[in-house]
Design a protein around this ligand. Structure first.
Ligand code: AMP
Length: 283
């Protein structure tokens, strides 16, 4: 595995792959790698000749006043070891300065899709995400990019950006990897207290319960949302940020469930804001 921080070194290694017509799979991450990230890496390894991962805690997607940019976990040595064990070809570790040099002033922003769900409570967040992913796509120029359904809105927004701006890459969305008790794996789970960690699986339980009700015939979004809220309020001390049923493509709220629907929730605990979702496909 090559560990690269310089853009020039990265480009020249990638050029060598391309000259040999090798396909390149790309997994962008913010590090603190867990099984969720590793599942993306393994999928990329299966589907491409080469796999590149990036670790970059992107400052422009954090709200400078309210969010956890400086305390975000950065276990660099452990991440490098894990990537090596997964036979990653290149681990790209750019510095903030390299990504955002003095005078940086160009951004990518998506409208509509970013005004619901997390976009509502984290203004500016998705502009930071699309900008950094756009930059990374231009730098790596991969054949495929691997994203997790865990961050469903992010995946939909990036897929839209790729289509709208003609990035020549295939977007692959991979299923959410969970702990045995159902909690979606996340670097932020480390911020939970013991008690909150015990409560956190109720996010997924509430979504599974919703899925059960839909299977039994319920189609009214209001009823589904009410039950999710009840479960979250009864079993967690977290503050509900949102509970939404949205159309998977437009991310706009639906009243009546039909087609492909994303049921997404966000709950704030003292130091961690957790998100989770399920997708239901209805006739
Ligand atoms: P992050 O490091 O949190 O920015 O995540 C990097 C990538 O890993 C994103 O595409 C995430 O959606 C994905 N990811 C994070 N957690 C999980 C998980 N539990 N299961 C699957 N993918 C995940």
């Amino acid at each position: 595995m090559r560990q690269i921080s310089s853009l020039t070194a990265l480009r020249s290694q990638l050029d060598q792959y391309r000259r040999k017509k090798e396909s390149i799979g790309f997994v962008p991450t913010m590090g603190a790698l867990h099984e969720g990230h590793l599942s993306l890496i393994r999928r990329s390894r299966r589907e491409n000749s080469r796999t590149v991962i990036s670790i970059f805690v992107n400052p422009i997607q954090f709200d400078a006043k309210k969010e956890d940019f400086s305390s975000y976990p950065r276990p660099k040595k452990k991440d490098i070891l894990l990537a090596k064990e997964e036979n990653v070809d290149i681990i790209f570790l750019p510095t903030d300065r390299k990504m955002y040099p003095k005078g940086f002033s160009s951004y990518i922003s998506t409208t509509g899709l970013t005004e619901t769900l997390c976009g509502k409570s984290r203004p500016g967040h998705f502009r930071g995400v699309t900008t950094v992913v756009g930059k990374l796509l231009n730098i790596v120029q991969p054949t495929r990019i691997y994203l997790g359904q865990k961050d469903a809105q992010q995946a939909v927004v990036i897929a839209r950006m790729v289509e709208d701006l003609n990035f020549p890459v295939k977007v692959v969305i991979c299923p959410t990897v969970r702990e045995v008790d159902g909690l979606a794996m996340s670097s932020r789970n480390a911020y939970l207290s013991l008690q909150q960690r015990r409560e956190a699986p109720f996010l997924y339980k509430s979504l599974q319960d919703a899925r059960g009700r839909i299977r039994a015939g319920e189609r009214r979004a209001e009823i589904i949302k009410r039950h999710i809220r009840r479960t979250l309020t009864a079993h967690t001390g977290g503050v509900i940020d949102y509970v939404e049923c949205v159309d998977f493509k437009s991310l706009q709220p639906v009243k009546h469930l039909s087609g492909k629907v994303l049921i997404a929730i966000a709950v704030k605990f003292a130091k961690a804001r957790l998100i989770d979702n399920v997708i239901v496909q209805l006739r």
